[in-house]
Design a binder for this molecule. Structure first.
Ligand SMILES: [Zn+2]
Length: 397
């Protein structure tokens, strides 16, 4: 009897250890497998196009690298984005998103939409042996990601610059005009109000820690509003109104990516400052649930906001570089080129056309789509920096 007990104990222990090892391995592998590319690097570029591309200030509205991993400075030959590849691709400013909840049904999508329930990010926290607080709390894991970004920037202050004020951005812009020692700017964003765990007061702490862009929803309906891929897709809730009001008081840029059509309407009705749609596509080109309708485009035009086109198949209805340029061409023709920007969604669990080193391919495709050099400068970065210069607080503020 005692022997049987010992055997069972040993077997359970071995089982538990191998399960932990398996999860640890899978956490790493899932980052690699869920962030693939259509065109494998290295890429070939025309020297003249590469020269022009290198002269651009390139600013991306959405990447998820730090939500997935804390190894931005380590060059990798998988997934989409790290410091070396961002530099090679000519990126000047990256908006790093903090996402805290990925329901199980986001992976196995059903026709009725993404329902809340289970959180793969928490499972990943556990499997990657992160601090216990991360396993239990969206807010704690959010702060942990933000701390990782701060530490990375501080340890690499000659290569990275955190952008939280207008002066920070002006300094970075001047540096890029000047030539050699170009740091890459990092702007912090939150994807999904559920990071607050129903406590809107926590927004002030996130602002203090540098968050400057914020979306009420991610892929599922939450306590603040409905999501474009959610089940019920309702508009703004009472809690959402309170959150929106505080976002505006603090001057945090409101992001409508992942918002349901009703929520997009509600936000655009009550927000005066320019909003962004940080990553996605448009229904006029690709009839995907998360893409912007014609009426939303018109409202964004009136609001002075930006439509940042993503680099992956599901929002483009295509997987070529020309497909990215086609969506940008559509938005430019409908509401004006000054509203077009880039929102890669690198490392966001998507299959992008290229990794960060392939960005000059987009410059080439934009030239092919008939955009002028000046318009390409706008799309690749100037439209976004214009909005940021108007939205970010000043140091004395
Ligand atoms: Zn997203």
């Amino acid at each position: 009897m005692k022997k049987l007990f010992k055997t069972i104990l040993m077997l359970s222990l071995i089982g538990l250890l191998s399960l932990t090892a398996f999860f640890f391995y899978m956490a790493g592998r899932s980052y690699e497998l869920s962030n693939s590319v259509v065109l494998q690097p290295p890429y070939d570029f025309e020297p003249s196009i590469l020269d022009f591309h290198k002269s651009l200030f390139v600013a991306d509205l959405h990447a998820d690298t730090f939500t997935a991993v804390d190894s931005f400075m380590q060059r990798k030959d998988y997934a989409h984005l790290d410091f070396a590849r961002a530099q090679e691709g000519g990126f000047s400013l990256l908006t790093m998103s903090v996402a805290t909840e990925v329901p199980l049904s986001m992976v196995r999508r059903k026709p009725e939409g993404v329902a809340r329930g289970g959180n793969l990010i928490k499972l990943g926290s556990f499997a990657s042996l992160e601090p216990i607080g991360n396993w239990l709390s969206n807010y704690q894991r959010g702060l942990w990601i933000i701390d990782n970004i701060h530490r990375t920037v501080e340890e690499n202050a000659d290569q990275l610059a955190l952008i939280t004020t207008r002066e920070d951005l002006e300094e970075l812009l001047a540096e890029h005009l000047g030539g050699d020692d170009k740091r890459i700017g990092i702007l912090l964003a939150v994807e999904g109000g559920h990071i607050l765990e129903a406590d809107v007061d926590r927004l002030d702490e996130l602002y203090t820690r540098g968050i400057r862009m914020f979306s009420l929803t991610h892929a599922f309906d939450n306590e603040y509003g409905g999501a474009s891929e959610g089940v019920d897709q309702y508009g703004i809730t009472t809690a959402g109104m309170a959150l929106l009001a505080r976002l505006q008081e603090l001057g945090i840029i409101v992001d409508i990516a992942h918002a349901s059509p009703a929520l997009v309407d509600d936000i655009l009705r009550s927000v005066e400052s320019p909003i962004v749609y940080s990553h996605g596509g448009v229904r006029g080109v690709c009839d995907a649930d998360r893409n912007l309708s014609e009426s939303a485009l018109e409202k964004i035009q009136a609001n002075g906001g930006l439509v940042a086109i993503g680099f992956w198949d599901r929002v483009l209805c295509g997987d070529s570089v020309a497909d990215i340029a086609a969506s940008m061409r559509y938005v430019a023709d409908r509401i004006g080129v000054e509203h077009v920007a880039i929102g890669s969604d690198f490392d966001g669990g998507v299959k992008t056309v290229f990794d960060a080193t392939g960005l000059p391919l987009l410059t080439e495709a934009l030239l092919d789509a008939g955009f002028s050099d000046g318009e390409i400068r706008q799309i690749m970065g100037e439209n976004y920096t214009r909005l940021l210069l108007a939205s970010l607080p000043t140091q004395t503020h």
